[in-house]
Design a binder for this molecule. Structure first.
Ligand code: CO8
Length: 257
């Protein structure tokens, strides 16, 4: 029987989504993106899940949009099918924390997929690039917008215009990833981080994620105001009262999640 192109597992309160199209280096065709989106939304809606890890294989997280699928597309094809928006925007709708665990190639759309996640953990083998220019294409899943915000204009221009590949250490120095780990530790580290996060109160995590993301879209004043309101709303939550009481009573909090 053919293995599924998207594998979904659960480990305690952590959902794990694995892209599984290794022969094409996890090239992101519609089937992969539809499956990924569906898996993410299901895990997001599951009260038993507090955080999600998205990963690929040892050679590739994802080598980008599927060039074979795109090669004959016309303007009208991509316009009609709403290429990208239709199934790429799903990840932005996920309210729980999403961690990308990246080994091997994260190229083009694969790099953009990692950038769409909340935290990126890279194995030493990870390689990041936006090489669309080599195809006379351009990043189209947020790369030209998220990369400058993540690493600044000079470095983003350098990467987008030259197609240069970053190794894991450079990506770490640039602030593109949050940590670099040995390849054989990648999943253990990602799962341990996800389990720590998933142990916290889910509504509090969602409020933090929404507030940090707001920093990209609002002025400082508006962002601070938004954060303040989110903090005020925490005082309406049983979890926050439980968290503070547990601290004072020197015991582990029991969150509703
Ligand atoms: N699409 C389709 N097939 C791919 C892709 C891809 N992006 N990447 C690799 N493959 C296939 C190869 O064709 C090859 O297939 P086959 O064995 O049938 O010939 C197989 O995967 C293995 O690849 P290689 O033999 O090339 O493996 P190497 O280890 O020699 O090289 C590389 C690995 C460097 C990653 C190389 O495969 C490569 O350069 N891939 C293309 C990377 C790229 O250009 N990505 C950007 C694509 S465009 C894009 O993502 C953005 C478009 C704008 C919209 C964004 C949303 C998707």
């Amino acid at each position: 029987m053919q293995e599924p192109i998207i594998c979904v597992e659960r480990s305690g309160r952590v959902g794990i989504v694995t892209l599984n199209r290794p022969r094409q280096l996890n090239a992101l065709n519609d089937e992969v993106m539809d499956g990924l989106g569906q898996a993410l939304l299901e895990l997001d809606a599951d009260d038993g899940i507090g955080a999600i890890v998205v990963t690929g294989g040892p050679k590739a997280f994802a080598a980008g949009a599927d060039i074979a699928a795109m090669a004959d597309w016309s303007y009208i094809d991509v316009y009609r099918s709403e290429f990208i928006t239709r199934n790429w925007e799903t990840i932005r709708r996920v309210r729980k924390p999403v961690i990308a665990a990246v080994a091997g190639f994260a190229m083009g759309g694969g790099c953009e997929l990692a950038l769409s996640c909340d935290i990126v953990i890279a194995a030493h083998s990870a390689r990041f690039a936006l090489p669309e220019i080599k195809l006379a294409l351009m990043p189209g899943a947020g790369g030209t917008q998220r990369l400058p915000r993540a690493i600044g204009k000079a470095k983003a221009m350098d990467l987008c215009l030259s197609a240069r590949t970053l190794d894991a250490e450079e990506a770490d120095r640039y602030g593109l990833v949050s940590r670099v780990v040995p390849d054989d530790r990648l999943m253990d580290e990602a799962l341990a981080l996800a389990a720590t996060i998933a142990g916290f109160s889910a509504p509090a995590l969602m409020a933090i994620k929404e507030s940090v993301n707001r920093a990209y879209e609002a002025s400082l004043n508006e962002g601070i105001h938004f954060e303040r309101r989110q903090l005020h709303a925490r005082f309406a939550s049983a979890d926050a009262h439980e968290g503070m009481k547990a601290f004072l009573e020197k015991r582990k909090p029991a969150f509703d999640h």
